[in-house]
Design a protein around this ligand. Structure first.
Ligand SMILES: [Zn+2]
Length: 153
């Protein structure tokens, strides 16, 4: 993606975030590619919400612009909805483990089930909401330079 593409995507994220009730959040688009946290080989995007703050960083894969406009919109909406729901995951990860009443396998089972439930809820909300939001308008690519025709002597 070009610098103009990254700027357009950052502005789009801000616009969609405002529509999703995240006006007071600071959102930073990072250019590092997202890394899968499990065995899946490819993820399109990832959001990291900073605990206790209204701040999140978002990463997208380098192939993001090549996705369909609908998929781009769904991906951004999905990641932004995580900003609302991530605090529950942080409660599971932090406070539940800190209680010290669960063995590791019980904790892992609860955390995994909670993660799946959050992903399902995030997807369902994203499907319901995304169609009401605009797709991103990417900058037009620079016109190709005309090839110079060698002059004849
Ligand atoms: Zn997700």
């Amino acid at each position: 993606m070009t610098d103009d593409d990254w700027s357009a995507l950052a502005a789009y994220i801000r616009r969609v975030a405002d529509e999703l009730g995240l006006r007071d959040w600071e959102l930073r688009l990072l250019r590092d590619p997202p890394h899968a946290t499990d065995d899946s080989s490819h993820i399109l995007a990832h959001v990291n919400v900073l605990y206790g703050r209204r701040f999140a960083s978002i990463k997208v894969c380098t192939c993001f612009r090549g996705e369909s406009p609908d998929d781009q919109r769904m991906t951004i909406v999905h990641e932004l909805i995580h900003c609302h729901l991530d605090q529950t995951a942080q409660v599971i990860s932090g406070e539940l483990l800190d209680m010290g009443r669960l063995c590791q396998s019980e904790y892992n089972a609860i955390k995994s089930a909670h993660h799946r439930a959050i992903e399902n809820a995030t997807d369902a909300i994203a499907v319901a909401v995304a169609a009401r939001l605009p797709v991103i308008e990417w900058p037009k690519p620079a016109p190709a330079k005309l090839a110079r025709t060698p002059r004849r002597a």
